[in-house]
Design a protein around this ligand. Structure first.
Ligand SMILES: *[C@@H]1O[C@H](CO)[C@@H](O)[C@H](O)[C@H]1NC(C)=O
Ligand SMILES: *[C@@H]1O[C@H](CO)[C@@H](O)[C@H](O)[C@H]1NC(C)=O
Ligand SMILES: *[C@@H]1O[C@H](CO)[C@@H](O)[C@H](O)[C@H]1NC(C)=O
Length: 295
């Protein structure tokens, strides 16, 4: 019994160290749900496993839960892309490979991959049915959120901040975990009555209000591409340099100054992730387009 508990605690620890926490993924997918067209929502519901009860947000952290299992181990490099330390820029060809050197095995490669799978199934002339589209949907929703977390496009030297030890108030932690989880958790406790949905609603209000004139530019990609993960990654590494790494060096104690100035940056990233996820799903899962194209 004892070792099982310890193993569980250990897995929890390992888990919290490496991923946009459950709250971040829930928020991005919840925001996206609000902007899905009727067609896209219907297809999402068809694809979701029964236990999701028709709610995309309820399964969006699944890729974090499974990546520790042998069968899914290959997915663990797909959550992030590391960039050369202190360069503050990102290039697909230079940066998108895993530790074994396999190209395209990174978060931006995965977004292209799963977008392509859903596209060929729903919009292509030759539906390619060899893929599991439930998995494709959930992976896409998850990695779209990850690529918006600035430190998922962090430096190679500190593994995206995971080995950069800091304190969050009195708690010993690492910078990556601050951005995955602790800023959100502290905000939920401090400003949103310990209720994540209240935080999500506050972000949604900003989307329809303070940021409403920016939404069109968030959604658009150059050359009418369906999805532009390279752009999202380039934004993330800039934010990593200007906000995440700034004034956070090994041993830093991050408190109110850091928290209050970084929270708005993070909340906007959750909004952008959600809006862009909805935009790409609306294009991929829209049957009207398919009928129109094949005529
Ligand atoms: C693309 O998706 C397939 C099916 O899940 C997977 O086997 C492959 O490793 C993926 N590649 C990338 C780069 O995501
Ligand atoms: C698709 O993937 C999900 C999640 O891994 C799994 O539960 C389901 O059985 C798979 N469907 C098929 C047809 O293999
Ligand atoms: C809403 O937008 C304002 C102005 O950009 C910003 O200061 C505030 O932090 C935002 N709040 C949320 C919840 O995103």
């Amino acid at each position: 019994m004892g070792w099982i508990v310890r193993l569980f605690v250990l897995m929890q620890l390992v888990h919290v160290v490496f991923c946009w926490g459950k709250h971040g993924h829930y928020a991005v997918c919840k925001i996206a749900e609000g902007y899905l067209t009727k067609d896209a929502m219907a297809t999402v519901k068809e694809l979701l496993p029964d236990y999701a009860n028709g709610e995309l947000a309820s399964v969006c952290s699944w890729p974090d839960d499974i990546k520790w299992y042998y069968r899914w181990y290959w997915t663990s490099p797909l959550h992030y892309v590391d960039t050369p330390s202190f360069k503050c820029n990102y290039k697909y060809g230079r940066d998108c490979y895993d530790s074994a050197g396999r190209r395209n095995n990174c978060v931006t490669g995965a977004i292209f991959n799963y977008t392509k799978q859903l596209f060929s199934a729903y919009q292509g002339y030759n539906p390619n049915l060899k893929y599991n589209l439930t998995e494709a949907l959930i992976f896409l929703a998850h990695y779209m959120a990850d690529v918006h977390q600035p430190l998922h496009v962090g430096f190679t030297g500190d593994l995206g901040g995971t080995i950069l030890k800091v304190r969050w108030y009195r708690k010993k932690t690492n910078l990556h975990h601050v951005w995955d989880t602790l800023i959100i958790d502290t905000a939920v406790k401090t400003f949103y009555g310990s209720d994540l949905s209240t935080m999500v609603r506050a972000i949604q209000r900003n989307i329809t209000d303070a940021w409403s004139s920016d939404i069109a530019s968030w959604k658009s990609c150059r050359h009418h591409d369906r999805v532009c993960p390279n752009l999202y990654a380039a934004e993330s590494v800039r934010l990593a340099c200007n906000f995440a790494y700034k004034n956070a060096t090994p041993g830093s104690i991050l408190e109110d100054d850091y928290f209050l100035s970084r929270l708005p940056v993070l909340e906007k990233r959750l909004a952008q992730g959600g809006i862009r996820l909805a935009a790409v799903l609306n294009q991929l899962l829209n049957f009207e387009v398919k009928i129109g194209q094949s005529l």
